[in-house]
Design a protein. Structure first.
Lengths: 229, 730
């Protein structure tokens, strides 16, 4: 099991996810510079968090046009799983691998805190180690995480069970108060139709050991390891 | 006709005497570019001309100090071949004029100071002072500053883990934004700024130079008046994305062996970086200004030398390394230009398309800049507040709720949740406690970091207040179990030409110096910001102290949150009931009066050593220092953090108010299930120890009063700032 982490200018969670992959999967991932045009042989592609290209123009918009992204899109379409975290989720949307848009947070502020969310489906290679309906705590750190899609798209996402994580209160209730950024239907993460491409705003790589005050992120990497090893 | 008229000299902030010195040094009339260079080099901001005499008295040495003041940042040894590199710096004037960019570029500047030395920044902190909450500008300034700090630090991917925020009317027209960065480096791979090697290339990297920030350093050295709005164009604009690339490119270059010297271009830009590098190395420089990457057309040598465009570095490379170094900067898509060479002339020769545009001797400007022994007056002592003179006005629990929900003590969560405080994956103690703790990546060690100052104490008694700022930093580091190693000081004061203000500065230096010596806690870097006045009104003297300590093992540390429901609360240290300048007096009696709590440095050391021992031996996992608001506030903060209530005892005799709300120094509250061992350890260490309460329940219950539910207290404590910022309260 070997992953590849794509590094864009302005990525800043690339090392964090590198550490998490190494710790939970036992193998150091390839670190692939955005100017490369070919991917190494890999079982999983990770687009890390950060501020690729300074978030200038629109979050993820310029990174989506980086040379390496052509190879990423091709690999994704050929079935290689892709995990996009935070800015990585934004890049997945900008490159058309996932539907919708991520707008500025509802209260227009950057938010960094632990957030509770409900696991809506364990039927993905990213979430098999959680329980359906389980409430997990993973931190967020973003300015533009307000997920939006047209009614049609949302209906399809919901109907296909492609909403993977939803902001909730500690009891698992999906409330407006728990909706930290104003996302439609409290959506925190979605998968594509093949359930192989996952974009989410929370940062699982930040809660992988007890000293992080939480380990709920570790199970995501464990799920992947089991599916891909 | 000469272009150097008396008006031109005056507009460059030079006095008549200073201009005479310019003529002496030059042996002729300077041209405008040369005058501009003198102006910024001799500005208070760059030359420290009013403060140097007193800064020199501060203790700067310890066996673990690798580099003290005088470089871009201080460096201390943290064992295993690793070093911590840190400094705090002000960006006060620009932040008042344009809060977002002022604060953002302050953060960018201090991070550059740290990575210039070869360190990767791992923690940011900020010490902020705003005007009264009811002042019409405060919301706007607070909101802009916080957004600016977040905007820059978040993009850089460096966690902002701590700091402090005060409100006081003295800052109405002159806020303080002090930013601190801590970095990690290999102890044997620290980079310095002294240029060396005649003939070696001088290289410019980073952003292009524009017309922004020209004369920023001179602005930062003048008082404000109502026309300061017009100075907006002197504020620089930050680009954190470019700085992130510059950070990665510099660290990549530093991993090779190509750099002789490196210096960031901060205040006074190309002028101060080139002069400092040359002066420290005892060499001359020839600069080819037409080779400087420019953002705009038609720029002049004057503008190029004085621009404060951000995200730029100046380096001296080993000969022949230009191509290999350039390849790294090409990868990161940053400008790289050879803009000069070192000479043996000890002069700065500025070339512009083959012609000499300026020619100045280096040492007289950089090292022999003016130094003033400004007249100063001692601050008159105030009387101690007699606890017996304070009458109880309401139940103590109500007082507690009032204080915890006041602008002075309310939760700062609204601020730090806008900062990414977890990126890099090593934040072990997040904001909201005593010190924040970041793990040294890939080890079990931790760096504890804090910023502290109680300006109202310093105003009332600069010497005691100076001591207290250092002592509180020492206590905050100790409270997590870290050994305090060194500090950086950010001295924010009013106009030093007023003897009363100069007296505050002198007193604070004296107090800081005494505390540093007594606590083995030297100053390794710092910054001075004077002329913090608007229309003749000075700020509270604010010597902000940034402290760094070392935890041998992050698995063995303390936090403030009450964990066990059956723990005993023990106060370590002595209370005599110091209510002078307390948060109690300010909020309940609406006055700032009396002498501040005296600082007994022997006691600080004795109690601090005891506390670290208790944490080290695993007897204590919950600890909080007692500071603003006193004992009851400390206990309440521990309860809220752990969501566990407590019963609180009252003293058998003496003033209950002084006991609960006095701000005596050198005190901590610890929670333990083994009180006998803690009491015994205290007795052997000759430290007073008193059981002050017991953990449990969902409320804080003060002896003889109705319980105060934590949920109610939390609402008051957490509610103030969000309500204030959304303007639902005044």
């Amino acid at each position: 099991m070997k992953a590849a982490v794509i590094v864009f200018p302005g990525s800043n969670c690339d090392r964090d996810v590198q550490v998490a992959l190494q710790k939970r999967m036992g193998t150091a991932p390839h670190m692939v510079w955005h100017r490369e045009t070919d991917l190494p042989k890999t079982d999983l592609i990770v687009l890390p968090g950060g501020f690729s290209y300074g978030d200038y123009l629109r979050c993820g918009a310029m990174a989506a046009n980086s040379p390496i992204m052509r190879a990423v899109v091709a690999a994704a379409k050929a079935g290689t799983p892709v995990l996009g975290i935070c800015n990585g989720f934004q890049i997945l949307i900008e490159s058309g691998l996932l539907p919708g848009a991520l707008m500025r947070n509802r209260d227009l502020k950057f938010i960094c805190k632990d957030v509770t969310m409900r696991v809506e489906t364990t039927d993905t290679i990213f979430t098999s180690h959680y329980n359906n309906g389980e409430v997990i705590t993973i931190p967020v750190a973003h300015h533009d995480g307000n997920y939006f899609a047209d009614n049609e798209t949302v209906k399809r996402l919901e109907g296909d069970g492609r909403v993977v994580l939803r902001y909730s209160d500690a009891e698992g209730n999906i409330t407006d108060d728990a909706n930290i950024n104003g996302s439609v239907n409290n959506i925190a993460g979605i998968v594509d139709e093949e359930r192989r491409i996952f974009g989410l705003m929370p940062h699982p790589e930040r809660v992988i050991e007890p000293l992080h005050r939480g380990t709920h992120g570790a199970y995501m990497f464990d799920s992947l390891l089991e599916a891909l090893a | 006709m000469s272009e150097i008229t008396p008006d031109v000299i005056k507009s460059h902030g030079l006095t008549d005497d200073e201009y005479k010195l310019v003529l002496d040094i030059m042996g002729r009339e300077p041209n405008l570019t040369e005058l501009g260079i003198f102006s910024v080099m001799w500005s208070e901001h760059c030359s420290y001309k009013s403060s140097k005499k007193w800064l020199k008295t501060l203790p700067t040495k310890a066996p673990w100090v690798i580099q003290g003041p005088g470089e871009n940042a201080g460096v201390i040894d943290i064992g295993h071949g690793q070093a911590a590199v840190f400094k705090m710096e002000s960006h006060n004037h620009p932040s008042f004029i344009e809060p977002y960019q002022g604060a953002a570029t302050g953060v960018g500047g201090i991070m550059r100071d740290v990575f210039t030395m070869g360190a990767r920044p791992v923690a940011n902190l900020n010490a902020l002072r705003f005007g009264a909450p009811e002042h019409p500008k405060t919301r706007h300034l607070l909101s802009g500053v916080v957004e600016g700090i977040g905007g820059y630090g978040n993009c850089m991917g460096v966690p902002t883990v701590g700091g402090e925020t005060n409100f006081h009317p003295s800052y109405n027209g002159n806020i303080l934004v002090n930013a601190m960065t801590v970095g990690l480096a290999d102890a044997n791979n620290i980079f310095y700024s002294a240029a060396a090697g005649v003939g070696n290339p001088v290289v410019y990297v980073g952003s292009k130079t524009g017309r922004d920030g020209i004369h920023g350093a001179t602005m930062a050295s003048a008082e404000f008046d109502d026309a300061s709005e017009e100075k907006r164009p002197t504020v620089q604009v930050g680009d954190p994305f470019t700085e992130k690339l510059l950070l990665e490119a510099c660290l990549e270059l530093m991993a090779t062996d190509m750099i002789v010297a490196i210096q960031d271009m901060g205040a006074a830009g190309l002028t101060s970086s080139s002069f400092e590098m040359a002066s420290k190395g005892g060499v001359g420089v020839e600069l080819w200004l037409d080779k400087v990457p420019m953002r705009e057309e038609g720029m002049t040598p004057y503008e190029l030398m004085l621009s404060e465009s951000q995200e730029r570095m100046l380096m001296v490379l080993k000969p022949g390394c230009e191509d290999a170094a350039k390849a790294i900067f090409d990868k990161w898509e940053l400008d790289f230009a050879v803009i000069g060479k070192l000479t043996d002339s000890k002069r700065m020769t500025l070339m512009w398309h083959g012609e000499v545009a300026g020619d100045l001797p280096i040492d007289p400007l950089a090292e022999a800049s003016p130094e003033y022994d400004r007249p100063w007056e001692e601050t008159p002592k105030q009387d101690r507040i007699d606890p017996a003179s304070i009458e109880q006005k309401m139940p103590h629990s109500e007082t507690l709720k009032t204080l915890m929900g006041s602008a002075d003590l309310a939760s700062r969560r609204w601020i730090w949740e806008q900062y990414d405080h977890m990126v890099m994956g090593d934040t072990i103690v997040r904001p909201g406690g005593d010190a924040a703790v970041v793990r040294v990546h890939d080890t079990h060690k931790g760096l504890a970091v804090t910023t502290d100052c109680t300006p109202r104490y310093v105003k009332a008694d600069p010497v005691e207040g100076g001591k207290q700022a250092v002592a509180e930093a020492y206590r905050n580091l100790t409270a997590v179990g870290a050994k305090p190693l060194a500090i950086t000081d950010n001295m924010n004061f009013g106009n030093p030409e007023r003897p009363r203000i100069m007296g505050q500065f002198v007193g604070a230096c004296k107090g800081i110096g005494e505390a540093c010596i007594a606590l083995d806690f030297p100053v390794v870097s710092g910054n001075v910001s004077l002329y913090n006045e608007t229309n003749g009104e000075g700020i509270l003297p604010t010597p902000a102290i940034g402290g760094v300590g070392l935890l041998a093992n992050v698995g063995r540390m303390a936090t403030i949150s009450l964990k066990a429901k059956d723990a005993v609360l023990i106060m370590l240290g002595t209370s005599t009931g110091e209510l002078g300048q307390s948060v109690y007096l300010k909020n309940i009696e609406n006055r700032e009066a009396g002498s501040p709590p005296p600082v007994d440095l022997d006691a600080e050391k004795r109690v601090g050593t005891l506390v670290r021992g208790l944490i080290e031996s695993n007897l204590v996992r919950t600890c909080h220092d007692v500071s603003d608001g006193g004992l009851l506030v400390a206990i309440a903060e521990m309860c809220l953090a752990g969501n566990v209530g407590a019963d609180v005892h009252l003293p058998e005799q003496g003033s209950e108010i002084a006991w609960l709300f006095g701000e005596d120094q050198a005190r901590y509250v610890v929670a333990t299930r083994d009180p006998d061992s803690v009491l015994n350890a205290a007795a052997s260490a000759n430290v007073n120890a008193v059981i002050v309460g017991h953990a449990g329940g969902t409320a804080i219950t003060i002896e003889g009063e109705d319980p105060l539910e934590l949920a109610d207290l939390r609402k008051a404590h957490e509610g103030w700032m969000p309500n204030y910022m959304s303007a639902t309260i005044n």
